[in-house]
Ligand binder design. Structure first.
Ligand code: PTJ
Length: 244
């Protein structure tokens, strides 16, 4: 569809188009469009910008990723369609592995996503769910993780999650960073750091922050990585209350 640049909802409509294209290309699951609708509603209420509380979470996330022994970025269909390039940039910068982890898992979609990432970054390490190892707890397909990827990771970035996996990753002593526009979600509450922002803005901001602080000492990074997620979510919810 041709969307005129002057349209007041241009950016929002372009994001929708990227997801629809992702669906046609076999990257996005059908339910991914519904999940996006929920995120979009929250984004509207947050003013469709990176608020202060999101920026604070981004700074703590950048520091945590740089401090990590083995950071992994978990990607699903929506992430592959919306921020594939940014995921690759982050993966190179930090550096971090990428792991495809799907809730509505099919072999075909997993392979389509791996191919799309490999095209963008032939040298990137892309783990998949395979049949390797289960993290205890979640009964969905998401419990299958890669032995060399998420299972070995100490910090996992999990944009657009769907529920209980963050809780179990934390139980496995992994630091979890979520990107979720819904500050009430279990994912948002259970993550060590939740970036309450649209992934299309959060990832570029995260790249910028990693570039800014990557030469800092580990002591300085440790200071920046300190974060009270509960308090930060209250700030996000406070903004919503004010707007309503
Ligand atoms: O590709 P798959 O099979 O792994 O499926 C991915 C989805 C996203 C469909 C799956 O994980 C799912 O059903 O997720 P949920 O339970 O709908 O949760 C997604 C969360 O992400 C919701 O809390 C949304 O508000 C939020 N969200 C949606 N779009 C964005 C977002 N958060 C940040 N940026 C977005 N663009």
């Amino acid at each position: 569809m041709n969307i005129p640049e002057g349209h007041p909802r241009y950016r929002s409509l372009m994001i929708r188009e990227a997801l629809v294209r992702g669906l046609d290309e076999g990257l996005v699951g059908r339910a991914g469009l519904i999940a996006h609708g929920r995120g979009e509603a929250f984004d509207y209420m947050f003013g469709e910008k990176t608020n202060d509380f999101a920026m604070d979470a981004i700074i703590a996330s950048a520091a945590s990723l740089l401090l990590a022994r083995h950071p992994v970025i978990s990607v699903n269909g929506n992430v592959a369609a919306l921020v594939r390039k940014e995921t690759v940039t982050l993966s190179r910068l930090i550096p971090a592995d990428i792991e495809v982890n799907l809730f509505y898992w099919t072999k075909d979609r997993e392979q389509n996503i791996v191919r799309a990432f490999k095209k963008e970054c032939p040298e990137c390490i892309i783990h998949t769910q395979g049949n390797e190892k289960m993290i205890p707890g979640p009964t969905s397909e998401r419990s299958r993780v890669s032995l060399e990827g998420i299972l070995d990771a100490d910090v996992v970035l999990v944009p657009l999650e769907d529920g209980d996996r963050v809780e179990y990753l934390s139980a496995c002593n992994k630091r979890t960073i979520a990107v979720d526009l819904n500050p009430f979600s279990r994912t948002a509450k259970n993550a060590d750091i939740t970036i309450v922002d649209n992934v299309v803005r959060a990832f570029p901001a995260l790249i910028e922050e990693v570039e800014k602080i990557r030469e800092m000492s580990r002591a300085q990074l440790r200071e920046l990585s300190k974060f009270d997620n509960r308090l930060n979510l209250e700030r996000a919810i406070g903004l919503l209350k004010g707007r309503i």
